[in-house]
Design a protein around this ligand. Structure first.
Ligand code: SAJ
Length: 427
């Protein structure tokens, strides 16, 4: 008989993971509090955007009955928790969904079952939040239940590929738990599977994103220093990275997305006195939209009554995701200026405030164009032809994406984040 898996949370991680298990020989019940999600899933429809996922769900696993959905958990062999862990105003993790999900499965747990947390969580969540709840089971949980954290590490847009190909960490409350849970994931994971303890697995996931965030903060700090020094940070990065042991990251208008801008806080929350670099990195990156705002103000003298066109607003290139985008933070700052008009042009975004239907409209009578994100489709923009549309042909490039030399030759006043008024500045 097929092993049964009950997955709590049918979002960006829970649903693809469920479909993957259903495809690889398990009977899966996907549980979600949202009835609309459950009803559409039972009809083979999904309400999240992810390449190939609808085909897998509709054509394969729902059609053949191996994936079903419900608003209530049921008895199963394996329980996987993949609910959101959003960040609160005070920069601490909102763990209510993990807690509620854990409570919801307790009535169904039996000796020999597995419980796996996939949600990105502060260190100690399995041991200190989940285990006390699981111990309410009427049997010896440490002896008879296999409990582990196996963090999701897939990138949106490539989830079905990365679920299979990425390495996986499985951190158990004991060795046996990690080993048992590994057998389940080994059904479809082709990457290596590493076994450790639960808190180490939690820290691995958080540190991967923190590593990136701290390195980007270092690049952003370098950018501001180079502006003051009168040199070009991108050149410093290019030549420093020729060293065999140096990999400086790229500066930019800030760090967005729901991972890098969030996860480091889960460490700071637990160690507010010790996690100094991690906190400072977050604050440094969060300050970048303010820095870009300051550069725009310096370029234009005063912002009041001006028009600024923003080219690209998503949190990174070639995607339609606006979550935590630093460019939107910049837009919010600009909105506060009296009589300032902002127009955004981003072909990936269908609706958002200040959105212009095309670049021509965005640029009409603009005093400054700010390049917010480097979508590949922006590579061939004929700036020379568009120049006369602007009131003053000024550009601020926050990604070192545009050809500054050529733009200057065409009569633009080109400014680059991370470049000061030195030898290269010509300003
Ligand atoms: N960024 C810079 N400079 C850089 C690199 C990135 O400013 O040198 C900015 C980007 O513009 C963007 C932000 O950082 O605003 C985040 O982008 P990203 O590509 O670094 O990461 P995410 O948030 O899309 O996905 C990350 C990935 N983590 C790592 O690479 C360690 C992904 O593998 C994780 O699965 C994902 O977080 C997650 O779910 O945690």
């Amino acid at each position: 008989m097929k092993k049964k898996i009950c997955v709590i949370g049918m979002g960006y991680i829970g649903l693809p993971t469920s479909a993957m298990f259903a495809k690889h020989g398990f009977q899966v019940l996907g549980v979600d509090v949202n009835e609309e999600v459950v009803n559409s899933l039972n009809e083979g429809r999904i309400i999240i955007e992810e390449p190939y996922l609808d085909a897998l769900v509709y054509e394969e696993v729902v059609k053949n009955g191996s994936l079903k959905a419900s608003t209530k958990a049921e008895k199963a062999d394996v329980f996987i928790i993949a609910v959101p862990t959003p960040i609160k105003e005070d920069k601490t993790a909102m763990m209510d969904y993990v807690e509620a999900a854990t409570r919801s499965i307790v009535p169904f747990l039996e000796p020999g079952n597995m419980v796996v947390l996939e949600s990105t969580s502060p260190p100690g969540t399995v041991e200190n939040l989940m285990m006390p709840i699981l111990r309410e089971c009427p049997f010896d949980v440490e002896e008879s239940l296999y409990v582990a954290h196996s963090p999701e590490r897939v990138i949106p847009g490539k989830i079905l590929i990365e679920l299979v190909e990425n390495n996986r960490i499985i951190g158990g409350i004991n060795r046996k738990s990690a080993e048992e849970v590994k057998k389940i994931y080994a059904s479809f994971v082709k990457g290596e599977i590493f076994l450790t303890d639960a808190t180490t697995a939690e820290m691995c996931k958080l540190m991967e994103n923190t590593f990136r965030d701290v390195n980007i903060a270092l690049a952003n700090e370098l950018a501001v220093i180079c502006e003051q020094l009168g040199i070009n940070a991108w050149e410093v990065i290019k030549y420093s990275n020729k060293h065999p042991r140096v990999t400086l990251h790229q500066p930019g208008p800030g760090v967005g997305g729901h991972c890098l801008a969030v996860d480091p806080w889960f460490i700071v929350e637990k160690f507010p006195e010790t996690a100094k670099i991690i906190r400072l990195a977050r604050e440094t990156n969060d300050a970048m939209p303010h820095h870009v705002f300051g550069r725009a103000r310096n370029i234009l003298g005063s912002l009041a009554g001006k028009k600024i066109a923003i080219l690209g607003a998503t949190y990174k290139p070639d995607i339609d995701d606006l979550r935590e985008s630093p460019v939107l933070e910049l837009v919010d700052l600009l909105e506060e200026v009296r009589d300032l008009e902002v127009r955004i042009y981003d072909p990936f975004i269908l609706s958002y405030k200040h959105l212009a239907p095309d670049l021509e409209t965005a640029l009409a009578d603009a005093d400054l164009l700010v390049l917010g994100v480097n979508h590949r489709v922006f590579e061939n923009i004929p700036f020379g032809e568009l120049k006369s549309r602007m009131r003053t042909p000024k550009i601020l490039d926050t990604r070192n994406f545009l050809d500054g030399e050529s733009l200057r030759a065409q009569g633009f006043e080109y400014h680059l984040l991370g470049e000061g008024r030195g030898f290269h500045g010509q300003r």
